[in-house]
Design a protein around this ligand. Structure first.
Ligand SMILES: Cc1cc2nc3c(=O)[nH]c(=O)nc-3n(C[C@H](O)[C@H](O)[C@H](O)COP(=O)(O)OP(=O)(O)OC[C@H]3O[C@@H](n4cnc5c(N)ncnc54)[C@H](O)[C@@H]3O)c2cc1C
Ligand code: SF4
Length: 326
């Protein structure tokens, strides 16, 4: 690992100033992803700005929305009684991620910015356009069991590995950020990006902006929700496919619905067209199967991950069935 300097920021403003000036500086929060990347020489910052002392850990229930500080720990959010009551989908998705020990260290902001788990990205002996632009993609034509079936490009077929982000995309969250040019808000569904020709860019942050909080508008998705995660082991494994399903059901009719998938694209994959299809329909397995078939429009496999073309729709049907039967 390369030698680096570490400083502790005491305000968001000083954190942003410290990092903006230096090309190779990075923020560090829980360190559960960044330190692994540094040990493997995938990233090699000259300077780390430790943001853990910033006052960004609060969970607040404000008029019309919930605000979650970027430094709130994944376990803190998942176990918060009011979050479980108001946003059970988020609590379920967080609990499905990593292990309790990692959730105690991992922060909300860090979870959003965790890098892909594509094995070629972590192996500096292998080509990877995300790690070294224009070096090639080892996963296309290589080992790609974990990889994308939606929105991939000839440059990169990696997936975003987060569980939490799938729920936040479904819940219409927004991301509050602060940078050298001031503060701004980004829609959660616009935060992560598709790879295109620039897979080295995971998201739409500019100039090393600091994530300060995530906000979730109030909603009626407090009962009929389910986060289904299909993985190789029942703990400590990333999603092969996941589905965040939230339904607002009145007299067996779907009033409103949110649906997003994880493990299938470079970003949490929100299924807005499927949501429109489901609205106003009566709950039934036939409708859920039709919705799942619609969700697969445009999906393609790359060899090892072809099984996701079957697993994906089956997971959607199961998630909707479990959510609607609560
Ligand atoms: C063995 C293992 C299993 C895991 N399994 C899962 C899983 O199943 N599901 C899942 O979702 N996740 C999983 N994770 C990932 C884990 O959730 C992330 O590593 C964690 O959320 C990252 O948060 P952190 O605070 O430690 O981030 P760090 O490692 O400190 O930082 C990650 C990145 O975010 C940047 N950053 C951090 N905070 C901010 C901020 N506020 N503003 C701007 N930039 C910031 C850092 O510069 C860095 O680039 C797993 C991790 C491990 C090690
Ligand atoms: S899929 Fe993306 S992250 Fe994986 S090797 Fe290809 S370019 Fe790199």
């Amino acid at each position: 690992m390369k030698n680096f300097q570490i400083i502790r920021a005491l305000s968001s403003k000083s954190a942003v100033i410290s990092i903006a000036k230096e090309k190779e500086a990075m923020f560090i929060a829980g360190g559960t992803n960044l330190v692994d990347l540094m040990k493997k020489n995938v990233v090699a910052p000259d300077k780390l700005v430790d943001i853990t002392a910033l006052d960004l850990k609060k969970i607040e229930f404000l008029t019309g929305k919930t605000s979650i500080g970027a430094l709130a720990k994944n376990s803190q959010v998942a176990e918060d009684k009011a979050i479980i009551e108001k946003h059970p989908l988020l609590a379920m998705a967080l609990t499905a991620g990593a292990s309790q020990q990692i959730r105690h260290m991992a922060t909300v902001g860090g979870n959003m910015l965790q890098r892909t788990r594509c094995s070629y990205f972590y192996n500096t002996d292998m080509p990877c356009n995300k790690r070294v632009p224009k070096s090639g993609c080892g996963a296309i034509g290589g080992s790609n069991r974990m990889h994308a079936i939606f929105g991939a490009s000839d440059s990169c077929i990696a997936v975003h590995p987060s569980d939490m982000c799938v729920a936040l995309a479904a819940l219409d969250a927004t991301v509050q950020v602060e940078g050298p040019k001031g503060k701004r808000e980004i829609k959660f569904t616009d935060f992560h990006r598709l790879p295109g020709n620039t897979p080295e860019k995971d998201n739409t942050l500019q100039n090393k902006e600091l994530i300060t909080s995530v906000e979730i508008p109030n909603n009626n998705f407090t009962k009929n929700v389910h986060y289904l995660k299909v993985r190789d082991r029942s703990s400590y494994a990333f999603a092969l496919v996941s589905v965040a399903a939230a339904l607002d059901i009145q007299n067996n009719t779907i009033n409103d619905v949110r649906l997003a998938m994880g493990g299938v694209a470079h970003k949490p994959w929100r299924l807005t067209e499927v949501e429109e299809f489901l609205k106003g329909k009566t709950v039934s397995e036939t409708i859920f199967r039709q919705a799942a078939d619609l969700a697969m429009k445009g999906a393609r496999g790359y060899g090892d991950n072809d099984f996701k073309l079957t697993l994906g729709p089956n997971a959607i049907v199961e998630a909707l069935t479990i959510a609607s039967s609560k």
